[in-house]
Design a protein around this ligand. Sequence first.
Ligand code: GDP
Length: 210
Amino acid sequence: MLNKKWTIVDAGFVRGVTAPDELPPPALAEVAFAGRSNVGKSSLLNALLGRTNLVRTGRAPGTTRQLNVFTAKAADGLELLLVDLPGYGYAAVPKAMKREWQDFLWDYVTTRSTLIGLVVVVDARHGLKSLDEDLLSGFLPSGRPVLILATKSDKLNVAERRAAAAGIRRRIDLRFGEQATAVAVQAFSASSRAGVEAADAELDGWLPRA
Ligand code: GDP
């Protein structure tokens, strides 16, 4: 049976962060969401939060260079932070700017002490890209869990959806060996809400509870 504790009863925007010293003090547990620009990350966050537009969707690719922090309260009263990382891989961004924001992202995922797990959003039709794998290679040595959500799966039929998730799984196992056991893969759709409950159940298992 699926664990329902994760169900978010309240969520709100805390702040946009453009430099490490603007991050909230490391107190509450954090779950970060990463993915390539325009992959569907904002829509996915709204679907998980049960809100229509708390996280602004449809922004021009590459315009979000800040890390957006949201607070979320689970049904059992547990408070946590959800951190929407800037989308990466947008080609039209000048190189220097790209490097600066990728350094910031990298520092955050590799050193943030309160980060309990990472959600990597990929397009179900395209699977893992090299930047996704780079990010995973920085995060997996921490031993913390990762959930890969293959979104826009409504654009695939059932067989294709299954093949997409299996292909990502194979790639992860091949590339990351033993560290791959910390990674779960799930097909998702913000449009049809397919995969929302399974993602909730996975994330619930990450939460620190007495
Ligand atoms: P972000 O840049 O990664 O935050 O992506 P957005 O959430 O803004 O979505 C980018 C585009 O993909 C928008 O046009 C969305 O309507 C569309 N989109 C997002 N999620 C889904 C989905 O699950 N299914 C489909 N068909 N389209 C989606």
